[in-house]
Design a protein around this ligand. Structure first.
Ligand SMILES: NC(=O)c1ccc[n+]([C@@H]2O[C@H](COP(=O)([O-])OP(=O)(O)OC[C@H]3O[C@@H](n4cnc5c(N)ncnc54)[C@H](OP(=O)(O)O)[C@@H]3O)[C@@H](O)[C@H]2O)c1
Length: 333
């Protein structure tokens, strides 16, 4: 029996390529006291990993030879642990590998409401929690307000718009293709979605929200941020949630900063969001999100590949913006 893992061959330059990674097989490690062996079932691919690879994230920069970081849904197959037993299904950091041995300190149990189990890595996992606290706690969205969100078909963005609607606000998405926008409008039921690659974002926003948006949930930074903030699409008292900068994760140097001076005229605030600050409130998010999910009030989109051998290429697709929905790797048992 061997374990397979996706390791970093070299630090990517610009947009990552499959050759930056390789699959390495090795014999399984021994399970020591206080440890468990898990077999991974679902692996999450996330844009922040690109920032990690360049040392532009507060978490440790992985080195060539290290396993590519990833969160997983995994099942315990061997246990010398006081809490986790054989058969338990957990959500934990495993890295991109078929299985691992761990002390499981950061693990939490999969909830029966996580259906399918992959939702624990998407709308009912950390991306969903990011949307939930970013919108409700950081932005304090109010009924009737207009929420604009970029990367709107992704797990964070789609959840932002759906929670906005569930709280009586209006949701406008920004996404990078007609196909994504159609899904955001017709399936996730946002009021509108602007395809920023083929439409004039400035003009569309001017007509959809002539008095500006009350919440701009910024998942990308870059040009979209420059248009929304720089061209005065923020309503008076608007809140800008700086959630992610995926548009610049592949750049070797940060681009020149946007002109934030217009924030002053709008009396708007930029509010940083770090989802890890809300770890102690995960159960609060899960209670509400699982109930919405159980009632069939949430939709989600997944972009799944089969097999660890396809994981690196799938991550590269994510970093080219070609994923459509939560990017996942499924491992057959
Ligand atoms: N603050 C926090 O604690 C926290 C926690 C979780 C996630 N985040 C951030 O939230 C954002 C969304 O995360 P997610 O998990 O929901 O991922 P995601 O939406 O699946 O992210 C990928 C999407 O970003 C968009 N994108 C825009 N410019 C891009 C570029 N230059 N390269 C690649 N993709 C680009 C693409 O959508 P379009 O084609 O529609 O533009 C792409 O499909 C990310 O920036 C992530 O880092 C922050």
């Amino acid at each position: 029996m061997t374990e397979s893992r996706v390791v970093i061959r070299r630090v990517p330059e610009g947009t990552p390529r499959p050759e930056d990674f390789e699959i390495v097989d090795s014999p399984p490690m021994e399970v020591g006291p206080g440890q468990i062996r898990v077999r991974t079932e679902w692996l999450s691919l996330d844009p922040y990993v690109r920032a990690l690879l360049s040392g532009r994230h507060f978490r440790r920069m992985p080195q060539p030879g290290d396993v590519l970081p990833a969160r997983a849904v995994a099942q315990v197959v061997e246990s010398r642990h006081d809490v986790w037993n054989v058969g338990d299904r957990l959500v934990l950091e495993t890295g991109l590998q078929s299985g691992t041995v761990t002390d499981g300190t950061d693990a939490w149990p999969l909830h029966p409401g996580h259906l399918p189990a992959s939702t624990a890595l998407g709308i009912l996992g950390t991306p969903g929690m990011t949307a939930y606290f970013g919108l409700l706690d950081v932005a304090q969205v109010q009924p009737g307000e207009i929420v604009l969100v970029s990367a709107a078909s992704g797990p964070v963005g789609s959840m932002v718009g759906q929670i906005a609607k569930l709280r009586g606000a209006r949701a406008i998405g920004l996404a990078g293709s007609k196909e994504k926008c159609d899904w955001v409008r017709k399936v996730a039921r946002f009021e509108a979605c602007i395809d920023y690659r083929s439409e004039d974002v400035d003009a569309r926003l001017r007509s959809l929200a002539p008095d500006g948006v009350h919440v701009f949930f910024d998942n990308t930074g870059g040009t979209l941020q420059q248009i929304v903030i720089g061209r005065r699409h923020l309503a008076r008292g608007a809140r800008v949630v700086l959630c992610g900068l995926v548009a610049q994760y592949n750049l070797d140097e940060a681009p020149p900063g946007p002109n934030l001076g217009t924030l002053m005229a709008s009396r708007a605030k930029i509010l940083p969001l770090i989802v890890y600050d809300y770890e102690h409130r995960r159960s609060e998010f899960l209670r509400e999100a699982l109930a919405w999910h159980g009632e069939g009030r949430l939709v989600f989109k997944e972009d799944i590949v089969e097999g660890l051998q396809n994981a690196a290429a799938h991550f590269c697709r994510l970093m080219r913006g070609e994923n459509f929905g939560k990017s996942l790797v499924h491992l057959q048992r």
